[in-house]
Ligand binder design. Structure first.
Ligand code: ACO
Length: 271
């Protein structure tokens, strides 16, 4: 099934929602229109029973060339602070939605990824890039600091010296370097990217979805906690997950202990 918001498009196939930045002529730069369309698409897909995993990718040569310098910056600034704040809340808003999305998410970075693009890149749980893709904090090249969370993303994902060099020089790195520096999980030749992402999406789709949502949230949350706080949070998160999924984990135990039909160390139980 397909849907089209013009600047954003998606298809749902075999449990995977393939959501695309869809302004290839503008290298998928994020305009206010695109940001609103992304919010709408995320709303439409989040609780669909036929969607197990969401993949965010780009049409054409780009994943996204970052914020649209004309429509996101120049045109909104013409409306003063009110215009700027509205545009910020629309873009930051859908990245935040994506960071805490109900379904597992994968960034499939097919090409250019600049500046503001680091927001949705970080928001996705996993990220796979084409070796040919190019990543850059180009803000310094046109005279601003990497705002909108981009500096935070660099510092969260990369060692400090790499983050500092990346932010201060504005030099691009390719997909393979992005994988070495921790921006993405893996880099592969572009013609193998979709097959690998499909493979990983299918691994995630086979897991207990309640446990998966609790797990991805826990990984993002515990980083800022001391050990005791994290331990307490994780106990309570598991108890909350149990209230949504009383039978799943019991079935997981049953198939291993009683039925001996799988081994949790080697793969997922049969949902
Ligand atoms: N904002 C607005 N328009 C853009 C953007 C952008 N970020 N990126 C590309 N476009 C537009 C171009 O203006 C051009 O429009 P036109 O056809 O009407 O002239 C069209 O997209 C194609 O762009 P080209 O530059 O011709 O494409 P090319 O393939 O040669 O280069 C590249 C691609 C390297 C991505 C280049 O477009 C570029 O440097 N874009 C800006 C990247 C950037 O610095 N983004 C901002 C990051 S900072 C932030 O997000 C806060």
């Amino acid at each position: 099934m397909a849907n089209d918001h013009d600047t954003v498009a998606y298809d749902v196939e075999d449990g995977i929602a393939w959501l695309r930045f869809n302004r290839p002529d503008k290298r998928n730069a994020m305009s206010p229109t695109l940001n609103r369309a992304m919010t709408a698409a995320l709303d439409e897909l989040e609780f669909r029973d036929d969607v197990s995993v969401l993949v965010l990718t780009g049409e054409g040569q780009a994943w996204t060339a970052g914020m649209d310098l004309k429509e996101y910056f120049r045109e909104t600034e013409a409306h003063g602070l009110k215009g700027v704040r509205k545009a910020q809340s629309e873009s930051y808003g859908w990245w935040r939605r994506l960071r805490w999305y109900q379904k597992p998410t994968i960034a499939m970075v097919n090409g250019w990824c600049f500046g503001g693009g680091y927001g949705p890149l970080y928001a996705c749980d996993l990220a796979f890039a084409a070796e040919e893709a190019k990543f850059g904090l180009s803000e310094i090249n046109w005279g601003i600091l990497p705002g909108g969370g981009a500096t935070k993303v660099a510092v969260e994902l990369m060692p400090m010296r790499k983050a500092m060099y990346h932010a201060m020089t504005g030099e691009m790195i390719d997909g393979a370097t992005a994988a070495q520096w921790g921006l993405v999980n893996e880099a592969l030749p572009l013609d193998q990217l979709k097959a690998r992402v499909t493979e990983v999406a299918n691994v995630l789709a086979a897991k207990n979805p309640v446990a998966l949502k609790a797990t991805k949230d826990a990984v993002r949350r515990v980083g800022l906690m001391a050990y005791d706080e994290a331990e307490d949070y994780l106990v309570r998160a598991q108890e909350a997950a149990n209230s949504f999924d009383n039978e799943g984990r019991k079935e997981g135990i049953r198939q291993f202990i009683d039925e001996k039909s799988y081994k949790p160390g080697l793969g997922a139980y049969d949902k």
